[in-house]
Design a protein around this ligand. Structure first.
Ligand code: TRP
Length: 338
């Protein structure tokens, strides 16, 4: 255990999928052994694009948290909290918004993707405007506040978030310069080196693409979904020789869920036409279900007792608030606020 601080968050989008699990959560579970970790559910960030779809906001926060807890994020090791339960983050955000030049946030390349989502929402009739809100444009400023609030040294993120962290470093450096302090740490992104788990149709795994497997899916649903997974498109009959290298999705899953012997076995049987794609997928589904069985079982315990999850979040948020207030006081002191 060292005393370096890690902060990372996930938007409260609801039940998480295997892309989240292998891309983010598994890494977080490892990091809590070594670092002082702050993990939070970013419900304010969820509002930046879903401000008018809030019916499930509360349940979504609980679902994300249950997936974390079931997967091994440990409230005795890490501070787990809800972003909106730490009002100091909003206060720091307003201070940062004063010193952030408008063109820094407008340059953020991910803003273009988010603007695309908004245009789509308008076309689908889910929103009356395609224009980005003030809050959405300030997305990286709020993220900076999340990170600066606990003086994080490292921020574990995917490659898509690195541009945001760059802006955060710039804003924090600017804060230190303007107010003549060196208290606030410039955080470094900590990239997760994991093979990307594609969605079952070969695209990026995502809830909105309807190509994901949820951590919380039951065995039957998991198997059904895996049976739709894309394999070698040139292979029409099960006796045709297969090409694992051209298998678009399913063989990649084997590489994650099989041990070396199993992977070699499947590869060789496929190449020789000894196993058809349907049987291969059925076998894979069994492996996936075995892997997630204990996690799903643990999740059920929390589903049956959501009060327990709420208590964990309340405790974590209290802990986070105490530390956040100390840091906020430092920021106000530096600004010479009354
Ligand atoms: N923007 C991140 C995402 O969409 C979530 C997030 C919000 C975050 N604040 C953060 C991640 C602070 C790391 C640190 O995935």
């Amino acid at each position: 255990m060292n005393n370096k601080i890690i902060v990372s968050g996930m938007r409260s989008t609801g039940k998480l999928h295997l892309g989240h699990y292998f891309g983010v959560i598994k890494n977080w579970v490892e990091l809590q052994k070594e670092f002082n970790c702050y993990y939070f559910v970013a419900d304010w960030h969820a509002l930046t694009t879903k401000f008018n779809q809030t019916e499930n906001l509360r349940q979504n926060v609980l679902d994300v948290t249950m997936d974390w807890l079931a997967s091994g994020i440990d409230p005795d090791k890490s501070t787990i909290y809800v972003q909106s339960h730490v009002p100091q983050i909003a206060q720091l955000h307003i201070l940062l918004s004063m010193i952030t030049p408008q063109n820094w946030v407008e340059r953020d390349p991910t803003l273009k993707d988010m603007a695309k989502i908004l245009r789509m929402q308008k076309e689908e009739g889910k929103s009356e405007t395609s224009s980005a809100s003030y809050g959405l444009i300030g997305y990286p400023v709020l993220m900076t506040s999340d990170i600066m609030m606990f003086n994080a040294n490292y921020v574990p993120v995917g490659i898509d978030q690195v541009a945001h962290i760059e802006i955060s470093r710039d804003i924090i450096r600017r804060f230190n310069n303007i107010y003549n302090t060196d208290y606030f740490v410039e955080p470094e992104p900590k990239l997760t080196q994991v093979p990307l788990l594609k969605g079952l149709d070969g695209n990026k795994m995502g809830k909105s693409f309807n190509n994901d497997i949820k951590i919380s899916d039951d065995e039957e649903t998991t198997t059904k979904k895996i049976m739709t997974g894309i394999t070698d498109r040139t292979r029409l009959r099960k006796t045709d020789l297969g090409h694992p290298d051209n298998c678009e999705v399913i063989f990649d899953y084997w590489k994650i869920f099989g041990n070396d012997t199993e992977i070699e076995e499947i590869e060789s049987m496929c190449k020789k036409g000894e196993i058809g794609c349907a049987d291969c997928k059925r076998k894979l589904a069994q492996k996936v279900n075995e892997y997630f069985a204990p996690i799903r079982e643990k999740r059920k315990k929390y589903e049956e007792n959501p009060k327990l999850v709420e208590e964990i979040l309340i405790e974590g948020s209290k802990k986070a608030q105490l530390r956040a207030q100390e840091v906020l006081d430092k920021a106000k002191e530096a600004i010479k606020m009354f």
